[in-house]
Ligand binder design. Structure first.
Ligand SMILES: [Zn+2]
Length: 615
């Protein structure tokens, strides 16, 4: 084990699991737990639970569960050491030593390392004499030195082998550098640097790892493309990344809106001006994947495009996707020939904020486009525009909005609302019958078929008894001899009790042990116990009172009450059996024996009932 136990414990204590999970799915408080839509499988109703005090999570849909480290491993597809390092960094805990030999790292880790090393190299070169031209260029475009450092901009020198030589010296293989997209193989088979004499923009994933680069040429007269990007690699898929998202992530969450721009320079200019919710779709048309990624952070989308590109069909179609993903989309149009960076530079931040405040809702923008093209001058054109608008409204997931938008549309074209309703219904029916329904807006990594949990076989009382004994192992000292076996009614409950006993003898805190141990966790029993630990609802109104009156649940009371209730259930079952037997009994002696047993049970039932009432 490369990390000391103490470190893992420290990470666990300092990591707020609710906060960690909230970065990828919104959570809502439910009793002592938090619930939300599972990030590991597609679902419409929340079955993903987080227990804040225990620092564990559990999905009742797909069964995934664990602690902060396993969450990071699963969600961000990291290895155990990577996840530990990631969380330690997040919690401000210093790691003992820079660990592990290069060969121990997974192939993916090595790719990340190569990209990180390249980013460092480019960055240092930007501030070296070799990078003077690039540095001056960046400053000339209005970027400050602080921005260059914050976003780790760099310079790829005008040579064929800068990265090749330096990273090979650092121990990276040529094959790896090629796979990372840093090198190109010529037709003759020789390898050379992909990026040469360019300003480098490292592209980060949502957790801040460099996954690729954008690169801008420095000399306008060069006959090469203005921008080039990393090719598709195992880590870099440009349609699934947004430039600036990593740096914008906190601001996006707190403000609830994003400023979507087209280029690296635009995103940087906005961040530098303090508009730090800017993200860019560098080098690609806005994709559904990008929208879903962004939707995890915010709900409002300001699209800042220049007058030429905003009205283009490709842009409009992309924004229709945004509407369907549940974004409130607004368009900020800049004067022709201006991009956000140049606009900020020439007009200043106040002017930009003015534009932002007068942003046009997307639906309105579409109609304005019809108007601009002169299409609203004819009845046919008007019909086309109205149909288009209704079709867009139909894609909006929030049905409540449909009514408001339709009303506005009806007023605008002086049409009866009922007519538009009919149209909307026609469109809706059409969409649901012919087109494939749009998949839920969630990162469904794999579709795990939810299986009914074996815990459903348990009686509520059994479940609560086992849960109390699992979470509060010391309560077993309060049990009477023979309990709880003597009262447990189902076979499954007895099996689980066996397991809980074994675990509590071995570990002081069994639940935390399960959550931290991937092997235990993946075993059927581990899954069951974890599920048991996170209660989905309070089984009786009485316990809800306990929770509200006392900050902590009185586990002893829960245990005693459920033991009694379960004992009562057992008595009822036994009584039924005896009465049935009595009805069948042949001899008088048999009758008397049964009657005697029934009387004893009735007495015991009374005692139990009294105890339950006097508690
Ligand atoms: Zn799930």
């Amino acid at each position: 084990m490369p990390f000391p136990e103490r470190l893992i414990e420290q990470i666990r204590q300092r990591t707020d699991l609710v906060e960690l999970v909230s970065e990828v799915v919104p959570l809502k408080r439910v009793g002592k737990n938090y619930a939300g839509l599972c990030p590991f499988h597609a679902e419409d109703t929340p079955s993903f639970y987080v227990h804040p005090d225990w620092g564990i999570f559990k999905c009742f849909g797909c069964g995934k569960g664990g602690n902060a480290i396993t969450f990071v491993m699963e969600y961000y597809r990291m290895s155990f050491p990577e996840a530990v390092r990631f969380l330690a960094e997040r919690a401000g805990i210093e790691l003992p030593e820079e660990p592990t030999e290069e060969r121990e790292l997974s192939h993916t880790q090595q790719l990340y390392r190569a990209l990180q090393a390249a980013a460092r190299l480019y960055h240092s070169l930007l501030f070296s004499p070799a990078g003077t031209t690039a540095y001056r260029y960046a400053l000339g475009r209005g970027l400050s030195e602080q921005t260059l450092r914050q976003f780790q901009l760099g310079y790829a020198p005008n040579a064929w082998d800068t990265v090749l030589t330096e990273l090979r010296r650092q121990g990276f293989s040529e094959a790896l550098l090629l796979e990372a997209g840093l090198l190109v193989r010529s037709e003759q088979g020789t390898l050379y640097d992909r990026f040469r004499d360019r300003l480098i923009f490292p592209i980060h994933d949502t957790v801040g790892r460099v996954v690729g680069f954008g690169a801008r040429r420095l000399r306008e007269e060069e006959p090469t493309p203005k921008y080039i990007n990393s090719p598709a690699t195992p880590l870099y898929d440009k349609s699934k990344l947004l430039y600036g998202l990593y740096h914008a992530r906190h601001a996006l969450r707190s403000s609830g809106y994003a400023l979507l721009v087209e280029g690296y320079m635009d995103a940087l200019a906005l961040h530098q001006a303090g508009l730090d919710t800017a993200v860019a779709t560098a080098g690609t048309a806005l994709s559904r994947d990008q929208l879903r990624l962004l939707r995890r952070y915010c709900q409002q989308l300001f699209v800042v495009y220049d007058a030429d590109s905003a009205g283009q069909q490709a842009t409009l179609r992309a924004l229709e996707l945004a509407l369907a993903e549940g974004f409130d989309v607004r368009i900020v149009v800049l004067p022709a020939g201006e991009d956000p960076a140049s606009f900020l530079q020439s007009q200043g931040k106040e002017a930009f904020l003015m534009r932002l405040r007068s942003a046009v809702p997307f639906l309105e923008f579409v109609l304005l486009e019809y108007q601009r093209r002169g299409a609203l001058d004819t009845p046919e054109g008007q019909v086309q525009a109205v149909r288009h608008a209704v079709r867009l409204i139909a894609t909006i997931p929030d049905r409540l909005l449909h009514e408001f938008l339709l009303r506005r549309l009806a007023a605008r074209f002086a049409l009866p609302e009922s007519l538009l309703y009919a149209e909307l219904q026609a469109v809706g029916a059409n969409q649901s019958s012919t087109a494939s329904p749009s998949p839920p807006p969630r990162p469904s990594t794999e579709a795990a078929a939810p299986t009914p949990s074996p815990l459903k076989e348990l009686l509520t009382e059994e479940r609560e008894i086992l849960r109390a004994l699992l979470l509060q192992p010391h309560l077993r000292h309060q049990l009477q001899p023979g309990e709880p076996e003597s009262v447990l009614l189902s076979e499954r409950a007895r099996q689980l009790w066996q397991l809980i006993q074994e675990l509590t003898q071995r570990y002081a805190e069994p639940v935390l042990t399960i959550a931290a141990d991937p092997q235990l966790q993946q075993s059927t029993e581990g899954q069951l116990l974890l599920e048991l630990a996170i209660v989905q609802q309070s089984p009786s109104p009485r316990w809800l009172e306990y929770v509200q009156e006392f900050r902590e649940l009185d586990w002893g009371a829960v245990l005693r009450e459920n033991l009694l209730r379960l004992r009562l259930r057992g008595i009822e079952q036994r009584l039924q059996q005896l009465r049935a037997a009595q009805a069948q009994a042949q001899s008088w002696v048999q009758q008397q024996q049964l009657l005697h047993q029934i009387q004893e049970l009735l007495d015991e039932r009374l005692r139990c009932q009294q105890q339950l009432e006097h508690r």
